[in-house]
Ligand binder design. Structure first.
Ligand SMILES: NC(=O)c1ccc[n+]([C@@H]2O[C@H](COP(=O)([O-])OP(=O)(O)OC[C@H]3O[C@@H](n4cnc5c(N)ncnc54)[C@H](OP(=O)(O)O)[C@@H]3O)[C@@H](O)[C@H]2O)c1
Length: 484
């Protein structure tokens, strides 16, 4: 036995503080994170060789390997706490079914995977009916976050959250000293908020890609772009995604010496959380056009073969961006910042709508606060969102907060110029333009929906309200008959 192993064995407790079930990339890193905070962790993986390798690679740590679920359950202190980190979907249900007969009243199952919030609600009701306790926790930050500190969004009963709080708070990322975890709300609220986080992540990524595309069309080298993103990372746009973009753009392909990003095929993948967000927004009649544009941009990117064929058939203008580079950087900065504000305004509006519908009582300021560290959308400007909702929890739209209103009013001219420039150059900027469309629609005192209502009344006698009568009073016109 090595000295470290001896030392660890001496401090081993009879029973572990937490069980981690599933030792793929997330589970193994979370287990190490929890262990490093003075907890003893039992681990289990369906394929035992994975457990064996994990334990061998982490000699001396307070990790207890278990071969069977029964062994896992028996190794835990009561009330038992088991963190499921298995593939989202059917695997979670399968594992829960296997655990139920082994667990005792009051034991806690935590699903830390990317489960759909409605599945979490169903599992919560099911486990509660069996006398067990359940937490659906969204965990963001990928491999590195899981190991060094993720952002955690737990949903479930307050009393169960309180049992888990010490572990969650110690392993979560810290932002300005505060742990990036807090009780989100009951049932599926945690997984719901994680889903919206992912939708916002899609929006942020697409907006950055559109900025890159414009720079490219304007003749920037990858190094010039890298330098721009690095500079932006020192200012208002400071965020993890801007930071990694700067780093990615300066990497060179070892085989060809070309910029790495130019060697990567322009065909985006997705795992579905962005699409879930769109479906939920549509079901609740909330506009999330920036996230929508981002999801659709990935879908269109995947049609690579069709796009290549169409590029030879369908005409467009030649890219013609004549603005001097420093001026273009300033304009695109404003377009990106303003579009990002719109995207968050939309995401927050969806959170607020669902909070009211489900009576989750989501604290939007606190949600923004726990996104400041550990997760993929971590960014300086989340502090401003926290401030906005702390000073006005009933804020109708984030764009109306005094700080964000000021930014948008200042940026809107450059934002328009960037969209116009892209359109006249034939460069698709779906997220920049969707955000601007939302901004202009939201601030429009009068929209052309009057004509739309006329059309509806014309063909379907759907009736309309009049500008000169009290709201709610309905009118119908006998429109001329259309022949043929
Ligand atoms: N990867 C990320 O960056 C990331 C970030 C945030 C959230 N998440 C979410 O976190 C969860 C875990 O992600 P991951 O990437 O670590 O793993 P994963 O690839 O999603 O899942 C693999 C794990 O699930 C186990 N598994 C699959 N089916 C099973 C079944 N029927 N019974 C028991 N175990 C089963 C596998 O065991 P075997 O080894 O036996 O196959 C393995 O441990 C997922 O919900 C994922 O969406 C992932």
């Amino acid at each position: 036995m090595t000295p470290t192993a001896k030392q660890a064995t001496a401090t081993m407790k009879q029973q572990s503080d937490l069980g981690v079930l599933g030792l793929a990339v997330m589970g193994r890193n979370l287990a190490l994170n929890v262990e490093s905070h003075d907890f003893q962790v039992s681990v289990y993986n369906r394929t035992y060789s994975t457990t064996d390798e994990f334990i061998a690679a982490n000699d001396g740590k307070r990790l207890v390997p278990t071969r069977t679920l029964d062994e896992l359950v028996q190794s835990l202190a009561s009330p038992r706490k088991i963190l499921l980190m298995v593939k989202a979907g059917a695997a979670v249900d399968a594992v829960i079914e296997q655990l139920i007969p082994l667990l005792e009243r009051g034991d806690i199952v935590i699903d830390g995977g990317n489960s759909h919030y409605t599945d979490t609600e169903r599992r919560d009701a099911y486990l509660t009916s069996k006398g067990l306790r359940f937490i659906g926790a969204g965990i963001s930050g990928g491999e590195e976050g899981a190991r060094k500190g993720p952002s955690i969004m737990p949903g479930g009963p307050t009393s169960t959250w309180e049992v888990m709080q010490p572990i969650f708070e110690s392993i979560a990322a810290k932002a300005e000293g505060e742990p990036c975890v807090s009780h989100i709300g009951p049932g599926g609220a945690g997984h719901y908020v994680k889903m919206i986080h992912n939708g916002i992540e899609y929006g942020d990524m697409q907006l950055i890609c559109e900025a890159y595309n414009l720079f490219k069309a304007a003749g920037f080298t990858s190094d010039e772009m890298a330098a721009t993103f690095k500079r932006w990372n020192e200012g208002d746009l400071q965020s993890y995604l801007i930071q990694i973009t700067g780093i990615a753009l300066e990497q060179k392909d070892p085989q060809t010496g070309a910029p790495m990003v130019e060697i990567i095929l322009d065909k985006a993948g997705q795992k579905g959380t962005g699409r879930w967000t769109l479906i939920n927004a549509a079901e609740n009649a909330v506009v999330i056009s920036t996230i929508n544009a981002a999801v659709e941009a990935r879908v269109l990117s995947a049609l690579k073969e069709q796009r290549v064929a169409a590029s030879r058939e369908l005409q467009g203008p030649k890219a013609n961006i004549t603005v001097a580079k420093p001026e273009l950087v300033a304009k695109v900065h404003d377009a990106l910042y303003a579009s990002k504000i719109v995207s968050y305004a939309q995401g927050m509006a969806l959170l607020m709508t669902m909070s009211e519908k489900k009576d989750w009582q989501l604290d939007l300021g606190q949600i923004a606060a726990i996104w400041r560290g550990g997760c993929i959308i971590r960014a300086r400007f989340l502090n401003r969102i926290t401030d906005a909702y702390r000073s006005n929890p009933a804020l109708a739209n984030l764009m109306l907060d005094p700080f964000f209103k000021g930014v948008l009013n200042k940026a809107q001219q450059n934002w328009r110029e960037v969209v116009a420039m892209a359109v006249s150059s034939g460069i698709a900027v779906p997220a920049f333009s969707a955000s601007l469309g939302y901004y202009d629609s939201y601030r429009a005192e009068r929209l052309p929906a009057n004509l739309l209502q006329a059309q509806r009344d014309f063909f379907g006698a759907h009736t309309y309200e009049r500008v000169d009568k009290p709201p709610g009073e309905r009118f119908h016109t006998q429109w001329p008959e259309v022949i043929g």
